[in-house]
Write a protein that binds this ligand. Structure first.
Ligand SMILES: NC(=O)c1ccc[n+]([C@@H]2O[C@H](COP(=O)([O-])OP(=O)(O)OC[C@H]3O[C@@H](n4cnc5c(N)ncnc54)[C@H](OP(=O)(O)O)[C@@H]3O)[C@@H](O)[C@H]2O)c1
Length: 340
């Protein structure tokens, strides 16, 4: 199996040394985007609300970080601050976003923060912005026909998301629309990466919400499995997608980054097959409805740019190993070793 560095560099010997900025650099996806950009030879400015916090220290140990990574403080609600942070940057990757259903600042930071990022990028003379959206802005549509192939043309229904308390999805819908409108107003190139539920190994020590949720199944804290279908993608593919759409001058609009769609029960079965030593539940919640069916989807736009998706089993395996390494899961030996 090729290492991430080998796959990432993909035979490219050239070094760009172009300066780019990544907002939310210390998060799960942000960290892998920074790593991918460093491996591609970029000089990277990574933003965080508190760059000195030890939760960001892993960034400084990445290959190339000593020479080409600088961390700086940025406030998404302060356009002047963003403008100085983006000064000299050719491109901006806007990854940061509040990920919470209850944060009172959720909408304002997601939407006004995105407006500020796009305008500050334009003011600072950046040529291109890559915005990280979410499939929460794509798949939440109760009226979608079961025959629909979910792709970049699909949008979640804002009112449905609001009525069902999915304010995070509302924030991503509105942030993505804002990014598109502001970039068009300012004549800025924009490409949007739309990841589904993102799994795989974590570079950062503090668990993000999604992986923390999966970890609850592995520790046995979560006792039942809902009757639900979800899309999954590997964090390394999400990072590669960001770099690919940045580097292709003809890349425009949305790119759905989703490698697999499956029922949660099937997802947990795969985890149990790989790691039978953990108490992963096989009990289903009975919601009285027939078993939800996986929907069809297309990730062809990213494939057309040369992106290859990591097999789900590999993502799951690497994710669990990383949870063990970071001390979030006890290291329990399996009956006969790894089952990849
Ligand atoms: N993980 C997934 O399954 C998934 C799926 C689809 C899309 N996404 C999108 O991917 C992006 C990164 O998500 P992630 O999973 O990597 O989450 P994460 O690890 O929690 O990282 C979120 C980042 O956003 C920053 N942030 C949060 N609230 C902020 C605020 N109020 N002001 C400024 N910065 C703030 C954080 O920066 P600080 O260091 O300053 O705290 C952090 O670096 C988000 O845009 C998310 O919507 C994630």
């Amino acid at each position: 199996m090729a290492s991430y560095s080998e796959k990432q560099a993909n035979g490219k010997g050239e070094k760009h040394h172009e300066l780019v900025c990544v907002t939310g650099a210390g998060g799960f996806i942000g960290s892998w985007v920074v790593k991918a950009l460093l491996l591609h030879g970029y000089r990277v400015r990574g933003t965080a609300r508190d760059p000195a916090d030890h939760k960001n220290a892993h960034l400084l140990t990445l290959e190339g970080a000593q020479e080409r990574l600088a961390l700086c403080r940025a406030d998404l609600l302060d356009r002047d601050n963003l403008c100085s942070v983006f000064s000299g940057c050719h491109g901006v990757f806007h990854v940061a976003s509040p990920i919470s259903e209850t944060d009172p600042e959720l909408m304002v930071v997601a939407v006004e923060g995105t407006r500020n990022v796009i305008n500050a990028a334009a003011d600072a003379g950046a040529r291109r912005v890559v915005f990280t959206s979410s499939y929460g802005a794509v798949h939440m549509d109760p009226n979608r026909s079961p025959d629909t192939v979910v792709d970049e043309t699909c949008w979640s229904d804002y009112d449905f998301c609001k009525e069902t308390g999915n304010m995070y999805c509302c924030s991503k819908i509105m942030a993505e629309i804002t990014a598109k409108e502001e970039a068009a107003n300012r004549g800025l190139d924009l490409a949007v990466v739309v990841p589904s539920m993102t799994i795989g190994p974590a570079l950062q020590p503090k668990l993000n919400l999604g992986i923390a949720f999966i970890n609850r199944y592995l520790t046995g804290a979560k006792k039942t499995c809902p009757n639900a279908v979800a899309g999954y993608t590997d964090v390394r593919d999400v990072a590669r997608a960001h770099v690919v759409v940045y580097e292709r001058p003809d890349a425009r609009g949305r790119y759905l980054c989703m490698g697999a769609v499956l029922h949660r029960a099937h997802f947990l079965q795969l985890l149990r097959d790989l790691f039978p030593q953990y108490p992963i539940t096989d009990k289903r919640e009975d919601d009285g409805k027939p078993m939800a069916k996986p929907y069809r989807f297309s990730n062809q736009r990213l494939r057309d740019l040369g992106l290859e998706f990591t097999p789900l089993k590999e993502s799951l395996y690497d994710m669990v190993v990383s949870l063990q390494q970071h001390g979030h899961l006890p290291l329990v030996p399996g009956p006969d070793g790894p089952r990849l």
